[in-house]
Ligand binder design. Structure first.
Ligand code: DON
Length: 316
């Protein structure tokens, strides 16, 4: 770690310069309004954090303010589901980029109810269905929240019940996806139950600082580098990172890999988790989205950060 720090002594100032630059930009994208509760968030917010191997978290801007992590949570439900059923998951969910919006229905018909990957909504609903097996929805939701709190060693991470209720009230498309998959036999529980789990994990709220800590195991071979314990095997961490790189930004995944060059997972709350293997985990939050539903300024900030620090996985 010492070597990394010596190579990157200016991380604090890089982050604060980025936050200052982003604070004055007027091109902020559009806050998601299809989940009404998310539409209330102030588009001027911007936070960024980096969690390093030695336990430090360097941050700037609104990095301590909780936001709705939405689809970023799909990384952690995937991790749990792989722990529960292992490679059997891949019979029910694919591993290919979709090239379609995150809530698209068309591909599901052609591919007979098997979602392209675990990060599009349909794939994450199947993952919720897997986590529901043998449980009441509230138990599965509790298990997901406790896992996430454990990863960050922080039990202040919470579920925003207003966001979950807002999404349930307007989640017609997700109900359509779930029922459609059930018609193909790829959902074991009623749509209402699987979506109960799904809506609540999408409504988990935390700050950039907390999110960087939750995702940190993916940067260190599946290990908590401070406590030393293993969360997943190195091979599993590598594969989750591969899926984040290829599928983590939906039909914007190629562009994110091209511009930023690291595994990343976005959410419509405007958060992004990024992984720099061997160095640290990054998180950014800016609520305004681009046309693909990914944080507009968040992507720009990560592009600048990765370039400044030389953090693309495609360069030595
Ligand atoms: O199901 C939904 O539409 C949201 N709960 C999650 C979508 C999302 O975060 C897509 N990410 N960019």
């Amino acid at each position: 770690m010492e070597a990394t720090l010596l190579q990157h002594p200016a991380l604090e100032s890089v982050l604060s310069d980025l936050a200052a630059e982003m604070a004055v930009r007027t091109d902020r994208g559009a806050v998601a309004t299809y989940i009404p509760q998310l539409g209330k968030v102030d588009p001027a917010k911007f936070g960024i954090a980096v969690a390093l191997e030695d336990g430090r978290v360097i941050s700037a801007g609104d990095a301590d303010e909780p936001f709705s992590i939405q689809s970023v949570s799909k990384v952690f439900t995937l991790t749990l589901a792989l722990g529960k059923v292992g490679d059997a998951l891949w019979k029910r969910v694919g591993r290919e980029p979709s090239g379609n919006p995150f809530n698209s229905i068309v591909q599901l018909e052609q591919e007979r109810g098997i979602p392209r990957n675990p990060f599009i909504n349909a794939g994450a609903i199947v993952v919720s269905d897997v986590l529901l097996a043998g449980h009441e929805p509230r138990e599965a939701i509790g298990e997901i929240l406790r896992f996430i709190q454990f990863l960050a060693d922080d039990d202040t991470i919470y579920i925003d019940r207003d966001v979950a209720a807002s999404e349930r009230a307007t989640g017609f498309r997700n109900f359509a996806l779930a029922n459609y998959m059930r018609s193909f036999g790829n959902l074991d529980h009623a749509a209402e139950l699987a979506l109960g789990v799904y809506f609540h994990h999408c409504a988990i709220a935390m700050s950039c600082r907390q999110l960087a800590l939750v995702g940190r195991f993916l940067a260190f071979d599946g290990r908590n580098p401070v406590a030393g314990h293993s969360v997943v095997s190195p091979g599993r961490a590598r594969r989750i990172n591969a899926l984040m790189l290829t599928c983590g930004h939906y039909d914007g995944s190629g562009d994110f890999a091209f511009r930023v060059g690291i595994p990343g997972k976005s959410g419509v709350g405007g958060g992004i988790l990024g992984i720099v293997p061997g160095v640290g985990s990054l998180s950014v939050w800016s609520p305004g989205l681009n046309a693909n539903g990914n944080s507009h300024l968040g992507s720009i900030a990560l592009e600048k950060l990765a370039r400044t620090m030389g953090w693309s996985i495609f360069s030595p």
